[in-house]
Write a protein that binds this ligand. Structure first.
Ligand code: DGY
Length: 331
């Protein structure tokens, strides 16, 4: 008998077909939102789950589901998973790193450029019929070429963003839990600074650090107050890293110039004050959303699930395990 698995959200039908070669697949192709109770019910008796970054899988759920052996996120971020609890329970957890790095870095630049040069605000202005004549100060923004790029969180995506900065003649400063090796810093033309210096010196600050209790509200009122009034802030990482209410106040008071946000506290809800300030570009968590990358993420999540449940060519060796210590003693 094939093991049973759940795919919590709609994904590419050919990926479902691939999973069906190995498993009895319960797939939520109708894409209904599964709340905690529905997730528990649909996961009962399942050996594995291909999950989405919005599916909260914690210790209580893992304890209530003794058949569950593998939780495979279709996301690089995994703050939706209680990894220590899954590890203690012997459940393999996986994510989808690397395949989305360049696409997400591209989007960071799209958001940065739209924010600094007021692209969406300009389009709204034009569509609203407000464009009557040229004027010297109409919708003026901030320069990107030659400006100082600040990056908070210098993992794979942060480094991919930094590489692109060379084409814009931008000095890069960064802050990270651990400093990069000297040769990597040199290759990226990036200088390590303390967080306060990063806030004070960056003309454009991009957030690409993982969410954790330690990074909750890493950017709040106090941090925003340290930024230049001409600075922009881009959040590509996770909702909760920025205090969205404090950011909306800073934008309204123009203590920073503008922000670009792809992620939000409590998404898909967006803080109402962010919806009424003009100097913010808002996108619905789409940084990795290119056709090629989303397919690669779905296929990697499927590869992980197949291997974690001891099937397929990599049986027992999922390509991207978050908790490798669990492999020898997994359920
Ligand atoms: C990720 O991969 O973490 C993206 O934010 C999609 O959730």
């Amino acid at each position: 008998m094939k093991p049973s698995i759940l795919v919590t959200r709609a994904i590419y039908p050919d990926v479902i077909d691939r999973l069906a070669q190995y498993f009895d697949v319960d797939s939520n192709q109708e894409d209904a939102v599964l709340d905690a109770a529905a997730l528990h019910d649909r996961l009962t008796g399942k050996a594995g789950v291909l999950a989405n970054a919005a599916d909260r899988i914690d210790g209580a759920l893992a304890a209530a589901l003794p058949q569950l052996r593998a939780v495979c996120n279709m996301a690089v971020g995994y703050n939706n998973l209680d990894v220590p609890a899954l590890t203690a329970a012997g459940v393999v957890a996986t994510n989808t790193p690397d395949v989305l790095t360049e696409t997400t870095a591209d989007f960071g630049w799209a958001l940065l450029m739209s924010t600094a040069r007021r692209v969406t605000e300009s389009e709204h202005y034009l569509r609203a019929g407000k464009w009557e004549r040229w004027s010297y100060d109409m919708l003026v923004g901030m320069d990107i070429f030659g400006a100082t790029l600040g990056i908070l969180g210098m993992g794979r995506i942060g480094q991919a963003i930094a590489r692109r900065a060379a084409g814009f003649g931008m000095p890069v400063i960064y802050h990270n839990r651990s400093r990069l090796p000297a040769d990597t810093e040199q290759a990226l033309n990036a200088r390590y600074v303390g967080k306060d210096e990063l806030l004070a010196q960056a003309d454009h600050l991009i957030l690409v650090l993982p969410y954790s209790p330690e990074s909750h509200h890493a950017i709040g009122a106090a941090e925003l107050a340290k930024m230049k009034p001409t600075a922009t802030l881009i959040n590509l990482a996770r909702g909760g890293i920025v205090d969205d209410a404090a950011l909306a106040s800073a934008l309204r008071a123009r203590t920073i110039f503008a922000a670009g946000l792809d992620v939000f506290e409590g998404e898909p809800s967006v803080h109402p004050d962010l919806l009424t300030v003009p100097n913010v570009v808002l996108t619905p968590h789409i940084a990795s959303a290119s056709e090629k990358t989303r397919r690669a993420m779905a296929n990697l999540a499927a590869d992980n699930l197949i291997a974690a449940l001891d099937a397929g060519p990599n049986a027992g060796h999922p390509p991207s395990v978050i908790n490798p210590d669990v492999l020898p003693r997994r359920r």
